[in-house]
Ligand binder design. Structure first.
Ligand code: HEM
Length: 317
């Protein structure tokens, strides 16, 4: 089979289900997570770049979700992994604006085909309970870009000290449009305001509970504020705008775009984030998606996952 043949969103979701199993009513990826509410307030510098109501400096209500990458609902929190922060902003004029970011600096694959082939190659072999090393090697050879992220993360632990201690990155490029009609290509990050981002060594993590990330958030909320700076990085000429597997290297102009404040966490069956599809293409006027093929593929895959879990969900709440 041609591993670079077009991948459909249905094939991708099936591959996730086959790799991780299905938890009825739950997301097919980023299955384990924690809902939260918060507030975002932008700086005047952000309003110069984008006319979106998100960036006009008025406090905006946020419904969000932290998550573990992958479709395992019961993954232990001290598993080395990628982590997500998804945000839904309810703008003053009623528009919704969404972001779904990761704590890795850039993506491992450049295309949806790469994402599909990674799921297929890393699905446990029923005979051994482990992925077939030959298939993994074939995947790496066919998608050599994956070496870049593997090298960047080689010496790093991916075990978080807490969801509040992680920086979350847009990874994709987006286009901001201001009131004068000027367009600026950007990527952005949410960087912890109180402490440096922190990961734990396997030794530090060994004694932690499998669900310590929820506990850590609650403890920190009781002790003080949890906030992130939104930092917008402006593209230089020649920066890749459609390849999420390539970092932007060298010096860049970075602006302080606002502050996100976490107000409460909620894990109940009625938590608001459960029924949200954090489709990253749901954007407000003043922010546009780039032609990044991975970004474009996410929307239909999330819709399939959302449709399936909605059909399975109980109506009694
Ligand atoms: C082709 C590439 C990708 C595919 C097919 C994919 C697929 C999915 C699916 C099916 C879900 C569950 C959606 C739901 O049921 O609501 C999900 C969740 C998520 N994805 Fe992706 N994803 C991809 C790439 C990415 C990238 C590049 C990022 C970050 C930049 C990302 C961040 C997230 C986050 C944060 C969530 C959890 C959202 C939530 O809490 O509801 N994904 N992904």
């Amino acid at each position: 089979a041609d591993v670079h043949a077009q991948a459909t969103p249905a094939q991708i979701v099936s591959a996730l289900e086959n790799k991780f199993g299905v938890y009825p009513g739950e997301r097919r990826n980023h299955t384990k997570g924690i809902c939260f509410t918060g507030e975002f307030q932008a700086t005047p510098e952000a309003a110069e770049l984008s006319r979106s109501p998100l960036f006009q400096g008025v406090p905006v209500a946020v419904t969000g979700r932290f998550s573990q990458a992958g479709g395992n609902l019961h993954i232990a929190d001290h598993t080395p992994n990628a982590h997500g922060m998804a945000l839904r902003f309810t703008l003053p004029d009623g528009q919704l604006h969404q972001m779904a970011m990761l704590d890795i600096p850039f993506f491992d694959v450049a295309t949806p085909e790469g994402f599909l082939q990674k799921q297929l190659a890393t699905t446990p072999d029923p005979a051994t309970g482990k992925p077939d090393p030959g298939k993994v090697q074939t995947f790496k050879n066919a998608f050599p870009e994956t070496r870049r992220l593997a090298q960047a993360l080689a010496d790093q632990s991916r075990i978080p000290a807490g969801y509040h201690r992680l920086s979350y990155n847009s990874i994709h490029t987006f286009m901001l449009e201001n009131t004068e009609g000027q367009t600026t290509a950007v990527r952005w990050s949410f960087v912890p305001a109180e402490d440096q981002p922190a990961y734990l060594s396997p030794e530090q993590a060994a004694s932690l509970d499998a669900n310590y990330l929820l506990q850590a958030l609650q403890t920190q909320l009781d002790a003080g504020e949890i906030r992130w700076h939104m930092q917008i990085t402006l593209a230089n000429d020649g920066d890749p705008l459609t390849d999420p597997s390539q970092p932007w290297s060298g010096n860049h102009k970075v602006i302080e775009a606002g502050i996100l404040k976490l107000q409460a966490v909620n894990t109940g069956a009625d938590a608001a984030c459960r029924s949200i599809n954090f489709d990253p293409l749901r954007l407000s006027d003043g922010v546009k998606a780039s032609d990044d093929p991975v970004l474009q593929a996410r929307s239909p895959a999330y819709a399939i996952s959302f449709g399936k879990r909605s059909q399975e969900a109980s109506l009694a709440q």
